[in-house]
Design a protein around this ligand. Structure first.
Ligand SMILES: [Zn+2]
Length: 450
């Protein structure tokens, strides 16, 4: 049942905003009907995912470093991302390329909670492997559900239905959540899904059981829902050229989180290149404003994040595709500090593996493999300009000829130490091997000097 198939009700706001109680009604059975409604058959089109999270999401000390009521204000940049996942938002494809430690996992958790509670429907959540899906079910979903009363009372106890046990189910009124791994084609083909949550997509295998790209397989499950579907793709990026999330982000409208400079007010997105510290002293790390160049101390971050906003920096080919990028520079105070980022960056110098991890997890950017550059690129990079016709180091010359039907082509090469060579001249003598004039010309050429 969709959110558009029910007639408008004058009591709906009351019902939906106060879902724990049913109104006092004058006829038998009405209360049950209304309770069933409020249990999630009819979603509230006005409640967004972030509003839902602030009202209904609870974090226990066993699953969260900061237990208590979930607060979107702690990570204000997640508000718009979460709200793009709400049914009232026109976006259908939401991609999020991010660093570690920015709270991105919670955006996904809140979406799951919102769907269970307020916009029920079939949801498919895909982790890189079935094993990881099982771990996520126990370590992440079970606390999500048991810690928030609104979810606890809606979700039936977990059970596994299929013999192969490659999928995990959570049933709730009006919907079902299936978790599976990108390595299981069976799991990806399991059911039509209005909501697709594709998590850590850069860790997906290239093909699911040799049946093709897991993202494509999963997305095929959503086509029947047309414009009402939502696809949320999220990952820390890996290697340029192989990274799925980078391709997604580049196809999107490429939103960056702009924050105001506390000194001059200029709005800007935070770039690692502008993080400054005294040589060898990461504890002095501060951010240099790109407008006034004054250093911004980290304690300003909280108010900067609060006043921040996402701005598109590109135009998406698909207007329903919004994409977000976030580095650890935005991590709230108390999580990953600028000092830690500077320290980890310094520690990684000289070690490609560590540098790669730092780029991926701190900056949320891909790593460019040195050996990955195409052949022509590496060759082109080695070009150099030499002033004289024969460069310094060219110790002797050779000539090579290519005899064609109607001409003789001659290359003159200079040779130096270590077989380094330079093309000095290229000469075409008209006339083929049958022409005595051409041969005479070639002989003359061998006597020439450069
Ligand atoms: Zn400034």
């Amino acid at each position: 049942m969709s959110e558009t198939s029910l007639p408008p009700s004058p009591t709906s706001r009351f019902l939906l905003n106060d879902e724990e109680d049913s109104p006092d009604l004058s006829f038998d059975g009405a209360e049950d009907i209304l309770r069933a409604w409020s249990r999630g058959i009819r979603p509230d089109p006005n409640l967004t995912v972030s509003e839902w999270a602030d009202r209904h999401r609870w974090l226990s000390s066993r699953a969260a470093a900061e237990p208590g009521r979930y607060r979107t204000a702690r990570t204000p940049y997640l508000r718009e991302i979460m709200d793009a996942l709400s049914p009232g938002h026109p976006a259908q494809r939401i991609s999020f390329m991010k660093a570690a430690q920015v709270g991105a996992t919670e955006a996904g958790n809140n979406w799951i909670g919102f769907v269970i509670h307020h916009a029920p429907g079939p949801m498919l959540a895909v982790l890189p492997t079935v094993e990881m899906a099982k771990r996520a079910s126990r370590g992440r979903l079970d606390p999500l559900i048991s810690d928030s009363p609104a979810l606890r009372e809606r979700v039936n106890p977990a059970r596994s239905r299929d013999a192969g046990n490659s999928m995990l189910f959570k049933e709730f009124p009006g919907g079902i959540l299936v978790l599976t791994g990108a390595n299981s084609a069976t799991g990806l083909r399991s059911m039509p899904a209005r909501y697709l949550f594709l998590d850590e997509i850069d860790a997906y295998p290239p093909s699911a059981d040799e049946e093709g790209d897991p993202v494509t397989l999963a997305e095929a499950r959503g086509t029947t829902f047309a414009h009402r579907r939502k696809v949320f793709l999220i990952s820390t990026p890996t290697i340029r050229g192989l990274s799925r999330i980078e391709q997604e982000f580049e196809a999107s409208d490429q939103r960056r989180y702009f924050v105001p400079c506390p000194h001059c007010g200029a709005m800007q997105w935070l770039e690692f290149e502008r993080l400054r510290w005294e040589k060898g002293r990461p504890e002095t790390a501060a951010y240099a404003c790109n407008a006034c160049d004054q250093l911004i101390a980290e304690h300003h971050k909280t108010s900067m994040l609060e006043a921040g906003e996402w701005r598109a920096t590109a135009t998406a080919a698909d207007p329903h595709h919004v994409g977000y990028h976030l580095s650890a520079l935005y991590s709230p105070i108390g999580w990953k500090s600028w000092e830690q980022i500077a320290r980890e960056w310094l520690a990684a110098q000289g070690n490609d593996e560590m540098l790669r991890a730092a780029r991926n997890t701190l900056l949320g950017e891909t790593w460019v493999e040195r050996g990955e550059a195409p052949e022509w690129q590496r060759l082109a990079d080695r070009r150099e300009v030499f002033g004289a016709q024969i460069p310094e180091g060219g110790l002797f010359l050779t000539a090579g000829t290519d005899i064609q039907k109607d001409r003789i082509e001659v290359d003159i090469w200079a040779w130096g130490r270590g077989l380094q060579s330079w093309l000095v001249d290229h000469i075409v003598i008209p006339g083929g091997p049958d022409s005595p004039v051409a041969w005479a010309e070639l002989t003359k050429l061998l006597g020439r000097t450069w």
